[in-house]
Every structure is written in structure tokens, then in C-alpha cells.
Design a protein around this ligand. Sequence first.
Ligand code: ZN
Length: 296
Amino acid sequence: MRLGIDLGGTKIEIVALDRDGAVRLRRRVPTPSDYAAAVEAIAALVHGAERETGERGTVGVGIPGSLSPVTGLVRNANSQALNGQPLDRDLAAALGREVRVTNDANCLAMSEAADGAGAGYRTVFAVIMGTGCGGGIVSSGRILDGPNGTGGEWGHTPLPWMRPEEFPGPRCWCGRHGCLETFLSGPGLAADCDGPGARDAGSIPARAAAGEAKAAAALARHADRLARALGMIANILDPDVVVLGGGLSNMEHLYREVPPLMARHVFGDVARTPVVRARHGDSSGVFGAARLWDSG
Ligand SMILES: [Zn+2]
């Protein structure tokens, strides 16, 4: 049995997958604000799942951040209680087994590559566009990562082929300017459309459809920026498919408009990378976490 945990800012979810990938159990609890309580809550979910199913499982955890390869501590998590904590060691101690921890975009990539919109493709580039913006790469069933633990950290690379009016770009929480996250995330799109301080992009597609020129122009800029950013990925990684997840992946126009715009930025005479929507939606995090031991 494989147990996956999605540790989010508001909820902790667990899923138990059997050998065939079928869901045996699924539970969620609110995320405690205190770190020690969050570790206890995860341990309680795991023990509860094992009691109910009568089986012991492998444990994988998806978090909105990553573990530093130097210190082993959580970094870059937008849930502040996690940063600086040895989450994998604390969970291993609480559960009496090794636990794998990775970021939520890698979980999305694992889940979609296994039995989602990326199934059957060798190299999957998965994108989360929501509150933030991140990427994950799975090739031949394995997460691609390296000495810095930054594989797929596309959201904090600069917008490529910047126009003079885009340079240097908004300041990002990571300390740099012009990161893709500042343009492509929901808050980035909202600020581009409605000015600094606007954070909710949810109404923009409906406003554009109703004829609001400002909203339509912001969506067109957003699609063009996403296309440039994916064109750069095609020129480095050349993934077999791009899978979009996160709240903004529900915007239908992206799947029509981004591939032809992307083709302009792919070097050479071929640009045929499919751009598709994640199949598992919000469940990708927890399914992908359950699959973190699949690669052996
Ligand atoms: Zn950044």
C-alpha cells in the first residue's frame, strides 16, 4: 500500500493507493498552525489509515516548498511554520520508517505522468499556476532533480524575451525581479489586470467574455507570457507533453491559444508539444505524493 500526504496551508489530506492505483481511503483534516501539531496530525492520519486498511504503507509527502540538500530543512515554503524544520526526519521518527518529501509541482508531475494527462509520454513537464507558479519534471517515471534540489523551479526564472515595458518586472517574494511567478500566478495576473494590490484573478475570464477590454488584454498578455516561458522549456528540455495544473489551468483559452504562440519561440521548424490540462485536478498533489516510492 502507498500512502500520500498533501500538506497544504489550510488542509492536510491523506490517500491510500493499492497496487493498481485504486483509492482505498481518503481523509482530510485542517492544517494546525503550529509545526509540532502538524507533524502529529500527519502521524495520526497515517496510523489511522493503516488501522482502517489493516496494512502498512510507504509514505510520501508533498509540500509547498522543498528540502534543502545542504541542511535537510524545509525552505521556500509559503506556509511559514514549515520553513527551517526537518520535516522528513521528524516524520521518520514519528512513523518509524523513511519518508519521502518533495514539492507539490513534482507531485503533480508524478501523478499526471503515472495515470493522468501525461500517461504514455516519456518526459512530462508539469506546471502549477495558482497562488504561486512552479514546475516539476518526471522522465521515465522519475522526478528529475540535482545537486541544488531546484529541478523544475521554473517559476523563479525570469520571463524570457522580455519587452521594454515588461523590464525588469515586478519584485518577487524570492528577492528577484521579473520571475515567471510574478506574471503567471493568479495574483500576478490580477495585478497586471487591475493594478498593484489586486490578488484575485478568478473573475477575469468572465469579465473578458462579457466584453471588458482590460480583462481581455490582460488574459492575452498572460497567454503570450506563458507561451514564451514554455517555449524556453521546449528549447532546453523538449518535454513530450506539458500538463497544466492549479487554479488557472481551468482557463479554457490557454489550450487553444498557447500552443501556436509557443511555436514562435521554439527554435527550428517543429513545435508540436501538446499542452493539456491535468486530469486529477486538485487531487494530483496527494496522488503524486503516494507515488513518490514508485521509482524505487
Ligand atoms: Zn521569484
